[in-house]
Design a protein around this ligand. Structure first.
Ligand SMILES: Cc1cc2nc3c(=O)[nH]c(=O)nc-3n(C[C@H](O)[C@H](O)[C@H](O)COP(=O)(O)O)c2cc1C
Length: 190
């Protein structure tokens, strides 16, 4: 798949079939993710891929984020229908058979932490695009960060910080295409 096609067609998926993606497909996705650039090539990231019972236990933990999310959604005046959708998604991550969590090294000093976060984000976007190229759906998620301590404990990565998680699986519902805002881009010196 052409890189422009992947960038434009990737969407956030929130409903999945139960079919488990083959191990070799997931390995290709992870391999592509790991080719992301990173500050000083530190590659200070770790990826946890979960399926089966571990996935179920992890999703159970994530669903606890709903109680923190709901007040935020209300405050942001998200319509009730939208709130229901978010709650439903967080309950079972759309039934995705695989969940991937990415953690990165803790570097409290600035700008080192910013570099780590940006490197992790590059890895995460690679992961999402490669998954899309493999016909898999994903959804970048930071909505469970209120449970970061509990999540890191679950993953056995207490020395790290949580970057994001994503459900992974074959999509069961074509998601809408959220429009992009027309931003001003300045071309100087041309
Ligand atoms: C940093 C980041 C955090 C996000 N967190 C969540 C989340 O917690 N839950 C969720 O359903 N979607 C989450 N999203 C997905 C966005 O809602 C989505 O990317 C946006 O609406 C555009 O839709 P698209 O990805 O289909 O193009 C997140 C996206 C990013 C980049």
């Amino acid at each position: 798949m052409d890189v422009y096609e992947a960038i434009h067609q990737r969407r956030s998926h929130r409903k999945f079939k139960s079919d488990l993606p083959r191990g070799e497909v997931l390995e290709r996705v992870i391999e592509a993710a790991l080719w992301a650039p990173s500050g000083t090539n530190a590659q200070d990231w770790e990826i946890t891929v979960m399926a089966g019972k571990v996935r179920d236990e992890f999703v159970e933990l994530i669903s606890g984020a709903i109680k923190h999310l709901l007040p935020m959604l209300k405050k942001a005046q998200v319509p009730e229908q939208g709130q229901d959708l978010v709650m439903k998604f967080f309950k079972n991550l759309g039934g995705a058979p695989v969940v991937i969590a990415v953690t990165i090294g803790k570097r409290p000093e600035d700008p080192a932490n910013l570099t780590n976060v940006q490197s992790g984000a590059a890895l995460f976007q690679n992961l999402l695009l490669a998954a899309h190229a493999e016909g898999l759906g994903t959804c970048w998620m930071t909505g469970a960060h209120s449970l970061e301590t509990e999540i890191l404990k679950f993953l056995g990565k207490e020395d790290q910080q949580l970057l994001a998680i994503t459900p992974v699986g074959y999509s069961d519902k074509e998601p809408p295409v959220p429009p992009r805002k027309g931003r001003e881009v300045r071309w100087l010196g041309f």
